[in-house]
Design a protein around this ligand. Structure first.
Ligand code: NAP
Length: 323
């Protein structure tokens, strides 16, 4: 019997790639070899499965797929994929929740602390030889211990960030979701509140929503204007859940104390007014980027893919419903 065909549409863990190559006929796409969307269009024609991350997959590059059973994304977020179109074509989409939760929460908390205590700025200041006398008010940051932490999107990652604040830093936790999450909130004594209440009362605000129709540009100028002048804003969700221009405007005018960002409207971030601001910490979308976690994500994505190709129902399906 002919081997099933798998398309690898981004870099993936080498050992996973080798295992796939032993089982299936594998085509690895490489953006250096030409237009990646054209490569996808040609490769999907007779593909049975796809695995990778960081590419937009929709009707424009998947229309020629004849027998595609599954797209296995090596990520928890799936906003790059047109789920309605995949449902229509009866293509499964699987993702990798849970295995990256704690690592991404670690990064969110390090952004919170770096922005509050101005770690990158003070590192540069020291290395540039500006430490000629004791650091003064110009170099001061914000206290973290015992403050109020507002989580927008108390899901897996949001709750893991809240746990760090509650248990490690004695923080009061506020949260805002579309629906209350008592099972996550109760152990943290987290108080459910409206968006306005959260913005006005939090010292630290962390965005941890998934990007969907209702969370797009959830935080704009009107929301930044409600934050306290000492507030620190962190976004580890997706760039498009905020109005980036409004954030830049807010930071330029020092209307909040600082921001910590891992995600942007356009990635990779090559040119941005953010680069000129000392009150923002910018990271290159590395929430889950540790060796151990990326391996766990690759393993889970591999299992999802193989389960689908071998006639089973994958463990983590985004769109199980059309079956
Ligand atoms: P999750 O468990 O599904 O949590 C997302 C939460 O957001 C849910 O509790 C959801 O609750 C809430 N939410 C969605 N839309 C909302 C809205 N309009 N207003 C308020 N709350 C809203 O997902 P997760 O595993 O924690 O991951 C969250 C997101 O983090 C991912 O989707 C991904 O985009 C991002 N992420 C980024 C990195 C990185 O490298 N920076 C790494 C991993 C994940 P309701 O439905 O009740 O509103």
């Amino acid at each position: 019997m002919d081997k099933k065909r798998v398309v690898v549409f981004s870099q993936i863990d080498q050992t996973i790639l080798e295992r796939l190559q032993q089982q299936y006929e594998v085509q690895v796409l490489n953006p250096k070899s030409g237009d990646i969307n054209e490569q996808i269009r040609q490769a999907v024609t007779n593909a049975d499965g796809m695995i990778g991350s960081g590419r937009v997959l929709n009707e424009s590059n998947l229309a020629s797929a004849q027998q595609l059973k599954i797209i296995s994304t090596v990520s928890v977020g799936y906003d790059n994929y047109d789920v309605d179109y995949l449902n229509q074509k009866k293509i499964w989409l699987s993702n990798t929740p849970h295995v990256l939760t704690e690592t991404t929460a670690d990064l969110a908390f390090s952004l919170l602390m770096s922005a509050a205590r101005r770690v990158p700025y003070l590192d540069q200041w020291t290395k540039q030889g500006q430490w000629k006398r004791t650091a003064g008010t110009e170099q001061f940051g914000q206290d973290i211990f015992g403050k109020t932490l507002g989580i927008i999107g108390l899901g897996n990652i949001g709750a893991a960030v809240a746990r760090r604040g509650y248990y490690g830093f004695n923080m009061d936790i506020l949260y805002h979701n579309r629906r209350e999450k008592p099972e996550l909130a109760q152990p943290l004594a987290a108080k459910y509140c409206s968006m306005s209440e959260l913005l006005q009362h939090s010292d630290f605000i962390v965005m941890a929503v998934d990007l969907n129709h209702e969370s797009k540009a959830l935080i704009g100028q009107a929301e930044f204007d409600q934050m306290q002048s000492h507030a620190v804003f962190v976004n580890i969700a997706r760039g498009s859940v905020i109005d980036e221009a409004a954030l830049i405007n807010t930071l330029k005018q020092n209307k909040i104390f600082a921001a910590g960002l891992d995600v942007y409207t356009k990635e990779p971030l090559q040119e941005s007014e953010l680069f000129n601001l000392s009150n923002v910490v910018t990271l290159p979308h590395v929430g889950s980027a540790t060796e151990e976690t990326r391996k766990k994500m690759a393993e889970l994505a591999y299992q999802n893919l193989v389960q689908a190709l071998e006639g089973q129902i994958p463990r983590y399906l985004v769109n199980p419903d059309f079956n």
